[in-house]
Design a protein around this ligand. Structure first.
Ligand code: GLA
Length: 393
């Protein structure tokens, strides 16, 4: 309650008050408008210890948010509710220089321009399903064909292009839980699929991604994350000097449309032999189009196991991949061609990012010899992948 003192002074004060109030309201509106337009808004608020939330623009008539997880070392991972995209992962290199080890954009507009799955959650099915068709029992399902004759990464509007609901947690380390209901028939897939993805950033610089899902009709599922890593932290460098080791004695050869032939072939004496650390650029020219292959991991069960290590000498960075999945798609950024630019205008050229997509094998629904991707009602889909970053000084 405002205390009144004398008539005239009260009037004056009220007028001043009104003016101030209107100015205040105008300022609030102006900020709101700028923050809607300016997708790298500065209206950041802390929601939990180590977690901030900021407006990131609008898509599909909904607000999109950008969450930042910060750990005790000061490493920061930013995740958008649009596509569940990891937009940046900033950490210090061996010279204490901070940069992001993933390709991404500062604003939502970069993502709305449909870059090839940058940092996104991929679903319902990571990688290709031949001719967009598969059968469960006697029913044939037809999916969107968005990659020549084939279905890729969930279709025209996969999980990389939907808006996820978000909740945050901080038991001891910051975490972001994203949830999405994929309705029966979405992109041609059967069953209402309830999905959640929990991103956790530990103090050991591990980005843990935990995927959970359930369905009310038999369906197929293969979730992954499509981050493009470049450990130099500088998109003007290619990833060809990175060293990669993958614990896989076999891989799944593909036909000209990148659908597995069904064979499981040894990597020995081929350019696919990454059983010991090897420079990516060493043999890439002998692989037509570059690496875009599923490696059959040597691990024998679905326990969380270390399956790959990526290192980069100039920054001393090392990225280790742990997964419960049986396969790993190593994609060497073969379709990047400079047409897409970073938020600060740098061209994203060929081989300037690489993906290590933990997954079930491509086209499994049509390949009886591959591990099954069927999910039935009552069954819980649960899989975990961890990307662990460290620096050799
Ligand atoms: C995956 C696929 C590639 C390509 C990229 C995105 O890695 O296997 O063929 O589609 O995604 O461009």
């Amino acid at each position: 309650m405002i205390k009144m003192v004398g008539k005239n002074s009260t009037k004056l004060k009220n007028m001043k008050g009104i003016t101030l109030l209107s100015l205040g309201i105008a300022a609030i509106f102006a900020t709101a408008i700028t923050s809607c337009n300016n997708q790298t808004s500065n209206n950041t608020m802390e929601v939990k210890k180590g977690i901030t939330k900021a407006a990131f623009g609008n898509a599909d008539g909904k607000e999109v948010f950008l969450y930042t997880l910060t750990n005790a070392k000061g490493t920061q991972v930013k995740i958008s509710t649009y596509g569940g995209v990891v937009t940046s992962w900033v950490s210090a290199d061996k010279n204490d220089k901070k940069s992001s080890i993933v390709l991404g954009f500062d604003s939502l507009s970069g993502y709305l321009a449909k870059p090839p799955y940058f940092g996104a959650i991929i679903g319902r099915y990571g990688n290709r399903i031949a001719k967009g068709k598969f059968k469960i029992d006697t029913t044939t399902y037809t999916l969107a064909t968005n990659n020549g004759l084939n279905h890729l990464h969930g279709g025209n509007k996969g999980f990389d292009k939907v808006i996820w609901d978000a909740t945050t947690e901080n038991d001891s380390v910051p975490a972001l839980k994203l949830s999405y209901l994929s309705k029966d028939g979405e992109e041609g897939y059967p069953g209402n699929l309830t999905v959640d993805v929990l991103y956790t950033l530990t103090d050991d610089d591990e980005l843990k991604i935990e995927y959970n899902a359930s369905t009310d009709k038999p369906t197929v599922i293969n979730l992954t994350n499509h981050s493009y890593f470049n450990l130099t932290g500088d998109v003007t460098n290619t990833i060809l000097n990175h060293q990669l080791q993958i614990d896989a004695d076999n891989y799944t050869p593909v036909d000209t449309t990148l659908i597995p032939t069904g064979e499981i072939s040894p990597v020995k004496n081929t350019p696919f032999d990454f059983t010991s650390a090897t420079k990516i650029g060493l043999r890439i020219d002998s692989v037509k189009g570059g690496y875009d292959h599923n490696f059959v991991l040597n691990k024998k069960d679905s326990s969380l196991t270390k399956v790959a290590t990526l290192t980069e000498e100039t920054t001393g960075r090392k990225l280790e991949v742990f997964t419960m999945e049986p396969g790993l798609q190593f994609y060497s950024g073969n379709f990047l061609n400079g047409t897409i630019k970073t938020s600060d205008g740098k061209a994203i050229n060929l081989h300037t990012g690489l993906c290590l997509e933990t997954q079930h094998f491509p086209d499994s629904p049509n390949q009886p010899k591959f591990p099954s991707t069927l999910l039935v009602p009552g069954q819980k889909y649960h899989t975990v992948t961890v990307y662990k970053l460290s620096v050799n000084k």
